[in-house]
Design a protein around this ligand. Structure first.
Ligand SMILES: [Zn+2]
Length: 541
C-alpha cells in the first residue's frame, strides 16, 4: 500500500513567501515536497504513489483558528439563533416559535442577541416572560459576556435579591427593590448560568456538541484550533473524542486552561498548578494543553471592558483581575513554561496585562516565552509599542470589527476612541506578530468571510454597509498568513503547522476559487472543496 500522494495542477499559496507552488507531495502525515510538478516527480521517482489532479484549484495551509471555544460553539449551533434578529419583537417571535416547535422543551436556550436590538439597550426578564413565562429561558449575548434570562431561569439559578455580585461580575438589579432584573454580566454568568446549564448537560450531549464543532470547522477549512477557555467538562469531552479516534481527533486542538478569579491567592495558584499538570499529561499532536487563559475585563458593548477614560454615559468598569492577583498568577504560569493568554478589550486592561508580563520577565528572568493578549479592541499606541517590544502575540478577530455589529459598540465609547478601533496594522507596523481567529461562538466561525473582513473592513453579514476604518485593512497574503502561519506561531507550533513546506504536517485546504486571481470579494462566495489534516482527507464537498 502506498502512503504517498501527489497533488498536482494547483495554485498553492504556501504562507512561506510570495510565489505560488503547483504541486505537493504528501508522505504519511507530512509534506515531502512543495513546489514544481517536475521536482515533485523527481521526489517520487522509483516508487508507487497516488495522484490527485486538482484542476487548477487554489490550495493553502489549513486555517488555524487562533481563538475559539469548541464545545460552546457546537452548543450554540443548537440554540435559537438571534444574531440577525434586529428588534425585540423579532427576538420574542423566535422564542415563541422555539416553544411551538418543541412544546415539551424543559427550557429554551438562545444565542447571539445584540444590545442594539433591545429598546434602551437594557433587556429585562419581563421582556422574555411576555412570550415564554412558563419555563427557564437563557439567552447569550452576541459577545458571550452577558446572559439575559427570564424569571424562571433566575429561580432555577437560585438568584434573588440577597444574592451578592461575585468578584468580577454584575447581577443587574432594580434600583428600588434590589430584585435581579434578568441580565448577568461576566463572572455572574460564569458562576450562576454556566454551572446550572452544565449540570443539566450529559456527556453524550457534550460529545455531540464537540462533534458539531469539528464538522463545521472541517467543512470551512479549519484544521487546527486554539481553544480559549478549557474547563474540566470540555477537556473530558475532548479526551473521550481522542480515545474514540484511537489517539487522533478530526482536527488539532491546543488549549488554554481557564483560571477563574479569586481573592484567595492559593485558589488562583492551584488552578495554575492544574494547568501545568495537564500541559504534561495532555500533550499529543492532536490535543495539548499549552497554557492558561485569564479574562481581565469584559466587553465594550456591555460597558464592562476596563477603560482609561469613562464610557459615553460616564460609567466605567472595574478590572476583573486587579494587579495584586493577576501578577502572581502570570508569574507562576510563566515559571511553569505555560503560555498565558489574557483577554483585554479595554485600553486599561491591556496596559495592566502588559505590566503583568513585564513583572513575570523580571521575576523569572530570560526564558523562551510566548504570551498573548486577546482582542485589544481599544488600545493605546504606547501599549502597541510595548507589546511588540515584549514579544507578546496580538490575537485579534476580524469578525468582531464587522460593520454590522458596530452601532452599539461605537455609541458606548462615543468619542474619538472609535477612530482607532481594532487597529490590526498598527500591531504589524510595530513589529508584533498578529494571529487571527474567530472567537466562535461570539462571532461566526467560517474563516473565508473572516478573511473578507480582514482585507476589506467591510461587513460579511451586510456587504453594502460602509467599511469600518479601511485604513486598518490587511492585504490578502498578510491576512491569510496571520490566520495560518502566525496563528501556528501563537501556539508555538510554527515548526510543523501553518505553512506548506517539506517536513511540515500535511494540513491544507482546497478552495474552488483563487482569491488572488478573483479578488477578495470572492471570499464571500467561494467554498472549501477539500480539507486534509495530517495527510488524511477529513472533508470533501
Ligand atoms: Zn473568547
Amino acid at each position: 500500500m502506498t502512503t504517498r500522494t501527489l497533488y498536482r495542477n494547483a495554485r498553492i499559496f504556501t504562507a512561506d513567501g510570495p510565489d505560488l507552488a503547483e504541486a505537493l507531495v504528501v508522505d504519511g502525515e507530512r509534506l515531502a515536497h512543495v513546489g514544481s510538478e517536475a521536482a515533485a516527480l523527481e521526489v517520487l521517482s522509483g516508487s508507487d504513489f497516488a495522484e490527485v489532479d486538482l484542476g487548477g484549484a487554489f490550495v493553502m495551509p489549513g486555517f488555524v483558528d487562533a481563538h475559539t471555544h469548541l464545545v460552546m460553539m457546537g452548543e450554540t449551533m443548537q440554540k435559537v439563533a438571534l444574531r440577525d434578529a434586529g428588534t425585540l419583537a423579532e427576538i420574542q417571535l423566535r422564542l415563541k416559535e422555539a416553544v411551538a416547535a418543541d412544546p415539551g422543551a424543559p427550557r429554551i436556550l438562545g444565542s447571539g442577541w445584540l444590545f442594539s436590538a433591545i429598546p434602551g439597550g437594557t433587556p429585562t426578564a419581563e421582556m422574555i416572560d411576555a412570550v415564554v413565562p412558563d419555563r427557564p429561558v437563557y439567552l447569550d449575548a452576541n459577545d458571550l459576556h452577558s446572559v439575559w434570562v427570564n424569571k424562571a431561569a433566575l429561580a432555577e439559578m437560585g438568584i434573588d435579591k440577597d444574592t451578592p455580585n461575585p468578584l468580577g461580575g454584575i447581577i443587574e438589579r432594580d434600583p428600588e427593590t434590589g430584585e435581579a432584573t434578568g441580565l448577568l454580566h461576566e463572572t455572574a454568568m460564569h458562576q450562576y448560568a454556566w454551572p446550572t446549564l452544565a449540570s443539566l448537560t450529559s456527556d453524550a450531549e457534550r460529545d455531540a456538541q464537540l462533534a458539531t464543532a469539528f464538522e463545521h470547522y472541517l467543512s470551512t477549512g479549519v484544521t487546527s484550533t486554539i481553544d480559549m477557555a478549557l474547563g474540566e467538562d470540555e477537556l473530558a469531552a475532548m479526551l473521550r473524542a481522542l480515545e474514540a479516534g484511537g489517539g487522533t481527533l478530526p482536527l488539532r486542538i491546543n488549549a488554554h486552561w481557564l483560571v477563574a478569579p479569586s481573592e484567595d491567592h492559593e485558589k488562583n495558584l492551584a488552578q495554575v498548578a492544574r494547568a501545568a499538570a495537564l500541559s504534561r499529561s495532555v500533550n499529543t499532536p492532536w490535543l495539548r494543553v499549552v497554557g492558561i487563559k485569564i479574562i481581565a475585563d469584559g466587553v465594550i458593548d456591555g460597558c464592562t471592558a476596563a477603560m482609561k477614560e469613562p464610557y459615553s454615559d460616564g460609567s466605567n468598569a472595574d478590572l476583573i483581575w486587579a494587579p495584586e492577583y493577576l501578577n502572581p498568577v502570570v508569574a507562576a504560569a510563566d515559571a511553569e513554561g505555560l503560555q498565558v493568554a489574557i483577554h483585554a478589550i479595554g485600553d486599561l486592561a491591556s496596559e495592566v496585562a502588559l505590566d503583568a508580563f513585564e513583572h513575570a520577565n523580571a521575576v523569572n528572568g530570560p526564558r523562551d516565552r510566548r504570551h498573548r493578549i486577546e482582542h485589544m479592541e481599544t488600545v493605546t499606541p504606547e501599549s502597541i509599542e510595548r507589546l511588540a517590544r515584549l514579544g507578546i502575540v496580538a490575537s485579534m478577530q476580524p469578525v468582531h470589527a464587522d460593520p454590522a455589529v458596530q452601532e452599539n459598540w461605537r455609541a458606548m465609547l462615543g468619542d474619538e476612541r472609535v477612530e482607532r478601533a481594532y487597529p490590526w496594522t498598527e500591531f504589524t507596523d510595530a513589529g508584533a506578530v498578529l494571529a487571527l481567529g474567530s472567537d466562535a461562538p461570539t462571532a461566526p466561525h467560517p474563516p473565508l468571510p473572516n478573511m473578507y473582513i480582514a482585507t476589506t473592513r467591510k461587513s460579511a453579514l451586510e456587504p453594502s454597509l460602509p467599511a469600518n476604518l479601511p485604513k486598518y485593512a490587511l492585504d490578502l497574503a498578510s491576512a491569510l498568513s496571520h490566520a495560518t502561519r502566525d496563528a501556528a506561531f501563537s501556539c508555538r507550533r510554527e515548526h510543523e503547522l501553518g505553512l506548506l513546506a517539506p517536513g511540515m504536517l500535511a494540513d491544507f485546504v482546497v478552495l474552488d476559487t483563487d482569491p488572488f486571481a478573483a479578488g477578495v470579494d470572492s471570499l464571500l462566495s467561494s467554498s472549501v472543496v477539500l480539507t486534509v489534516v495530517g495527510g488524511d482527507v477529513k472533508f470533501r464537498k
